[in-house]
Structures are given as structure tokens and as C-alpha cells.
Ligand binder design. Structure first.
Ligand code: NAD
Ligand code: TYD
Length: 353
């Protein structure tokens, strides 16, 4: 059956993989990529599919309610997959209000637009909100986040995502908007902006720049290859139960320092450098304030209900990721010019302990 789906944030890291999957897998669907093209949005991420007949791009900011209304009137979407967000914790510590505007107010604008456009016609519609495991807060050495874990965000980023999740559920309960939410662990893979741990460190290893490990390096994250997240989003969009939540994770916990050492070893091989070369770049720096100690997801619900599981191991995914960055040095050069230099200086200069 043909559908029109608005994917917000489709020019970003995860959004571009979701757009590509939907455009190529569902030729009968019309896919509208709604993106404001902030520093994190890059149409080069979609160069391979930009001429597809079922793909449309609209440069729209989710803070612009008139533009949202006009876009809904133009395309009459059956579904929204909402990924547009400010997504980096360190930036949220520097500029929390940007996160309030886009992540909270922008999400409410989108909810209002969908509610008004779909009023009395909710049958067959879906508002799918993409969220993060960071809303659940931090774990100690044991335990996992489940779909019923109490929200306990600690960073301005996770607080803004938690708030947006609450609004999405509230619109489901109050207005009968057919909503669904997923909360995913840390993604990695091609097209990841080099401000997050893995792409930043790949970039710095290539450039032989210091690898700034925050605090003692024993913080733990659960890593998922981005293409596996996109596959989970496809399943939840089509088969997930309305008004429910799904946790998505990689069954793949790593302490930062162990991950960084593995990355250094793989990069030394790929770059033809002597073993141990890149590890010498590791530099312990001042910790991130409010740094969550450990995230770990119990993804058994999506596994049991929808049959989803990751398709690649971490070692396979990391190798695919490194190969992509080494083959796309122009992409890396483009995104690390301009604003990036300013951010990098603010974030890392004088951070050494
Ligand atoms: P990203 O920062 O790479 O991309 C965000 C995209 O949103 C960009 O294309 C940007 O231009 C666009 N955008 C930002 N503000 C906008 C606005 N006001 N109006 C319209 N577009 C705007 O983010 P990502 O890592 O791809 O994350 C996508 C979503 O997934 C986010 O909602 C994030 O919270 C969530 N998420 C991310 C991860 C992760 O590990 N990256 C994990 C779980 C959940
Ligand atoms: P990040 O990629 O920013 O994702 P998140 O904070 O959303 O989990 O960071 C992943 C982990 O890596 C987190 O524990 C912080 C740490 N980190 C560093 O040690 N150094 C860095 O330069 C960055 C960006 C992150």
C-alpha cells in the first residue's frame, strides 16, 4: 500500500540511514525529508538517493509552525518519523536552550501539526518519536533499562528528550494521536558527525591528534550499528503497537577505554602504522559534568514481539565504519571545516587534567 511519510532530521546521522532504507525498500511510498540543515544536517549523506522519484527534500525548521502546516497541507502525510533534534550532550551543556527549543518546543509544534491535520482521520496514521536510552539516567555496575524504568535524566540533552517523550505520550492519551516511541542506545556507523566518541576518535587518529578520554575512561555505553537501528525503526513503524514503547540496544556494552583501545588497534592495521602507535594519542582529560556512568538496554521486548536483533557484531560494524571514514575523507574534510573548528576549540582547549 502506498504511503506518504515525513521523516524529520533526515539529513542527519541516523535520519539519513532511515531515509535511504525507506526510499529504497518502499518504492511505492513517498518519503519527505524535513530538515533545517543545522551543523549536523548534511545532504551529502543522501547523494546516492537524492534523485529517486519517491524522495523529496524540504528545508524546514520544526520551530516554524506555519512551514509545518504548509508542508502537511502539501504532502498530506500518513506517518511521521521524528528524528530531528539537537543530539550532542556536550553541546547541551554549553547551550541548553537550543535543546529546549528544538527538542521540546519543536516536538510539540510537530505534535500539534499532526494532531490538527489528522483530527477525525487518525485511522492508519502514525506519529513515531525516536528517543534515547539516556532518558532513563545512569546505571551502576549491574542491571538494564527496560521500557518501564523510571525516567531520571541528568544532562540538558537527556532532560529535553525526556520532556519530548512525555509530550508525545500525553498527546496519545489526551488527543488520541496514534503515537509510538522507541528509546535506543548509542549508535555508530557511516555519516556520524565527528563530535561523538567513535567518529571523533577515528578523525583524530587519522590526523594524529590527541584522543580526549573523559574522566577515568570507565564509563560504559551499549553500542549499536546505525543500519541495525534503521531496521528496528522500519519494524516499529510498520508493526509496533500504537501507544507503546520499545527499547532498542546492541547487547554490546563497552567501557570507553576498552573501546578506544580496540579502535586504535584496528586503525593501526588499516593505516599501516606500527602496533601501539595510535594508543599513544590517548589523553585523559577533565570529566564531563553530570556524566552518566553506565547505560545498558534490555532489548528483549522488540526481540520477542517483532523478531528484531542486530545483524552485525561490534567488530564487524566497527570495521565497516572505519573503512567508510577512510574511503570518505572528503566528507570528513567538509564537515570538520568552519563551525566545527570553533566548537572543537571551545570543547577541548584547556580541558587537559
Ligand atoms: P544528528 O545530530 O546527526 O541529526 C539531527 C538532524 O536534525 C540534523 O540533520 C539537523 O539538521 C536536524 N535538525 C536539528 N534541529 C532541527 C530543527 N529545529 N528543525 C529541523 N531539523 C533540525 O542526530 P542523530 O544522531 O542522527 O539522532 C537522531 C535522533 O535519534 C535524535 O532525536 C536523537 O535524540 C536520537 N538518538 C540518537 C542516538 C545516537 O546515538 N546518535 C541514539 C538514540 C537516539
Ligand atoms: P558520546 O559519543 O558523546 O555519546 P553519549 O554521551 O550520548 O553517550 O560519548 C560516548 C562516551 O564517550 C561518553 O561516556 C562520553 C565519552 N567521551 C569521551 O571520553 N571523550 C570525548 O571526546 C567524547 C565526545 C565522549
Amino acid at each position: 500500500m502506498s504511503k506518504t511519510i515525513v521523516i524529520t532530521g533526515g539529513a542527519g546521522f541516523i535520519g539519513s540511514h532511515v531515509v535511504r532504507l525507506f526510499v529504497t525498500r518502499y518504492p511505492d511510498y513517498s518519503i519527505v525529508n524535513l530538515d533545517a540543515l543545522t551543523y549536523a544536517g548534511n545532504l551529502a549523506n543522501l547523494a546516492d538517493i537524492e534523485n529517486s522519484a519517491n524522495y523529496h527534500f524540504e528545508k524546514v525548521n520544526i520551530l516554524d509552525t506555519d512551514a509545518l502546516k504548509a508542508l502537511f497541507a502539501k504532502y498530506q502525510p500518513d506517518g511521521v518519523i521524528h528524528l530531528a533534534a539537537e543530539s550532542h550532550v556536550d553541546r547541551s551543556i554549553m547551550s541548553p536552550l537550543d535543546f529546549v527549543y528544538t527538542n521540546i518546543i519543536g516536538t510539540v509544534n510537530l505534535l500539534n501539526t499532526a494532531r490538527d491535520a489528522w483530527k477525525g482521520k487518525e485511522e492508519g496514521k502514525r506519529f513515531y518519536h525516536i528517543s534515547t536510552d539516556e532518558v532513563y539516567g545512569a546505571l551502576g555496575d549491574t542491571g538494564f533499562f527496560t521500557e518501564t524504568t523510571r525516567y531520571d535524566p541528568h544532562s540538558p540533552y537527556s532532560a529535553s528528550k525526556a520532556s519530548s517523550d512525555h509530550f508525545v505520550r500525553a498527546y496519545g492519551d489526551t488527543y488520541g494521536l496514534p503515537v509510538v516511541i522507541s528509546n535506543c542506545s548509542n549508535n555508530y556507523g557511516p555519516n556520524h558527525f565527528p563530535e561523538k566518541l567513535i567518529p571523533l576518535f577515528i578523525h583524530n587518529i587519522i590526523e594524529r591528534k590527541p584522543l580526549p578520554v573523559y574522566g577515568d575512561g570507565h564509563y560504559t555505553r551499549d553500542w549499536l550499528y546505525v543500519i541495525d537501528h534503521a531496521a528496528a525503526i522500519d519494524l516499529i513503524f510498520h508493526k509496533g503497537v500504537a501507544h507503546s514503547t520499545y527499547n532498542i540496544g546492541g547487547f554490546n556494552e563497552w567501557k570507553n577505554i576498552d573501546l578506544v583501545k580496540l579502535l586504535c588497534q584496528l586503525m593501526d592495521v588499516k593505516l599501516g602504522r606500527p602496533a601501539g602507535d595510535s594508543e599513544q594519542l590517548i589523553t585523559y582529560v577533565k570529566d564531563r559534568p553530570g556524566h552518566d556512568r553506565r547505560y545498558a538496554i534490555d532489548a528483549s521486548k522488540i526481540n520477542e514481539e517483532l523478531g528484531w536483533k542486530p545483524s552485525v557484531t561490534f567488530e564487524q560494524g566497527l570495521e565497516l565504519t572505519i573503512d567508510w571514514y577512510l574511503a570518505n575523507t572528503e566528507w570528513l574534510k567538509q564537515v570538520t571545516s568552519g563551525e566545527y573548528q570553533h566548537y572543537y576549540e571551545q570543547q577541548y582547549t584547556k580541558r587537559e587534567q
